[in-house]
Design a protein around this ligand. Structure first.
Ligand code: FAD
Length: 493
């Protein structure tokens, strides 16, 4: 039974503070910044939930976690029961608890938040997932009987993983094809260790493997095999170690879910952007996170030596915060965020901006790069910035940055990282006849079912929406899984 206290008493409990590494220490290491609730903190935070009869928080969760129910179990101290309740709707809770923008999703809808600070739903989610993993290991849910239907999922980011998790539980055979040598998409190559430890991503992916999801890495669909080939005959040549595995070569897949993300970096298109020392955020973060360049030469991938250098990261989203905080950890003397609007318009999570400031990141706002300037050997030396002011709101609803003529000035920098967003990679578009795209290269879908224009092919995540969030990508994966299940069970099949 939940502890007997009145709602009035619950409302008086302050939002519990999650312990975190001290900024002066953490800016020199790649260990996780947030340390998670203790059991006592979690129970106290859970008591703040007033168990609304009509909970609005669930409306804010794209995967529909039964938030009130799992929090009630935390309040009772039944942490494993809470983990089970959570996993009815989300098989990646330790990931979501760390990186979801809860402040804009479930927590913004929390009734307690109308008068007080909202219940820390994300932190409780993280707590129950960590508790299960660290005490008895991640348990797998029961599966429905096998249907002998096969689904191919292209891309192992959060959208592909959540779709795989639902489909395998429905009894279908599921194979996930991933272009890279590691699974997890942005969770593994983009978001740094200090925000999302890779061991946690691997543990949640392992739980899908334990359910029977098959993964094939180094498979660039569109090159190694096309979508049509997957549907007609499975894959042409099984990768090493996969010969004879259940579904790989024996006949085509009955349905395909495309979840290839938005991995093609945008650039500023200003002079000097091809100088040595200018990186895309993708390259910089991939080198450091996926290829472990921060442990060079133990790992064989170099990255620009930031030690005692001036590093500027251009952009104001989560990617920009990740890149700049990474450069600080690599020893940058001055690490700047350069953003053309003000901090109010920054798309990064408030927590990431707060942590970046605590770690000594300098914010140069209302400034836009117009040129990168290099030395005679082609190495970056400085950036020319133009000051901006805010005008009327644009189509995004944010106030438009307007240049202040004649306000250019030069800032000495040794390295630049461009983090202004990503578009879609054209491989699937070029190799998949019958699949409709919009002018930005995003796949067009029926939003209720994630069905594309091609029969049996569904799509979701960033390849449909453009760069968005982990939880929206997962929500799309779940929606697609439901529709794929209906498609596979249609009378004619
Ligand atoms: P992805 O995660 O991009 O995964 C797609 C996968 O498909 C990749 O592994 C890719 O290698 C693979 N692939 C691509 N093409 C092919 C092919 N042809 N064949 C086979 N495989 C292919 N969101 C948040 O909610 N919170 C955050 O804190 C946050 N921080 C972020 C930080 C960074 C640095 C970045 C880049 C993004 C961040 N995001 C964050 C956004 C979030 O990570 C994405 O919205 C989400 O990962 C999209 O999921 P997805 O499954 O659609 O694609």
């Amino acid at each position: 039974m939940t502890e007997k206290i009145t709602n009035k008493e619950r409302m008086k409990i302050p939002r519990q503070v999650m312990p975190e590494q001290n900024p002066a220490e953490r800016r020199n290491n790649f260990n996780e910044v947030n340390l998670g609730f203790t059991e006592e903190l979690a129970k106290m935070e859970a008591l703040r939930c007033i168990q609304c009869p009509k909970p609005t928080c669930i409306e804010g969760c794209p995967v529909g976690v039964k938030i009130g129910e799992f929090i009630a179990l935390v309040a009772e101290g039944d942490f494993l029961g809470a983990a089970d309740k959570m996993k009815e709707d989300n098989l990646l809770p330790a990931i979501c608890g760390r990186v979801c923008p809860q402040e804009e999703q479930c927590e913004i809808k929390c009734v307690v938040g109308k008068k007080n600070e909202p219940v820390a739903i994300g932190r409780l989610e993280r707590f129950v997932a960590d508790f299960e993993r660290e005490t008895i290991g991640i348990r797998t849910p029961n599966l429905k009987p096998k249907t002998r239907k096969k689904v191919a999922i292209v891309g192992s980011g959060p959208s592909g993983l959540s779709c795989a998790g639902d489909l395998i539980q429905m009894g279908h055979d599921v194979t996930v094809f991933e272009a890279l040598h590691e699974l997890g998409g942005v969770l593994i190559y983009g978001i740094p260790e200090f925000r999302l430890p890779k061991a946690i991503v691997k543990a949640e992916i392992d739980s899908l493997k334990n359910l029977g999801v098959e993964f094939v890495t180094n498979a660039v669909i569109g090159f190694t095999d096309t979508i049509d080939e997957l549907m007609q005959k499975g894959i042409s040549s099984p990768p090493a170690g996969k010969a004879g595995s259940t579904s790989l070569t024996q006949g085509g897949y009955d349905a395909v879910f495309i979840a290839v993300g938005a991995g093609l970096p945008y650039f500023l298109n200003v002079p000097g952007e091809n100088l040595n020392g200018v990186y895309s955020s993708n390259e910089f973060l991939t080198r450091v996170n996926l290829m472990k360049a921060y442990r060079f030469p133990e790992f064989d991938t170099p990255v620009f030596n930031c030690k005692d250098k001036n590093v500027a990261v251009f952009g104001g989203g989560n990617t920009a915060m990740d890149a700049v905080r990474t450069s600080k950890r690599l020893g940058a003397k001055n690490a700047y965020i350069i953003y053309r609007r003000s901090d109010i318009e920054m798309p990064a999570r408030a927590e990431e901006i707060h942590h970046a400031k605590e770690e000594g990141i300098e914010f140069i706002l209302l400034s836009n790069p117009v040129e990168f300037i290099g030395d005679e050997k082609g190495w970056l030396n400085s950036v020319k910035l133009l000051k901006m002011e805010l005008g009327e709101p644009d189509s995004s609803g944010r106030r438009r940055p307007v240049p202040i003529q004649g306000s250019e000035y030069e800032l000495p920098i040794d390295m630049a990282v461009i983090a202004i967003g990503n578009g879609s990679n054209p491989i699937i578009q070029k190799t998949t006849p019958g699949l409709d795209f919009n002018k930005w290269g995003n796949i067009l879908v029926d939003e209720a079912t994630m069905k594309t224009s091609k029969p049996g092919v569904f799509a979701g995540g960033d390849i449909v929406t453009g760069g968005a969030t982990v939880i929206l990508a997962m929500g799309a994966g779940r929606k697609a899984a439901k529709a794929i299940n209906e498609y596979l069970n249609r009378p004619s099949v």
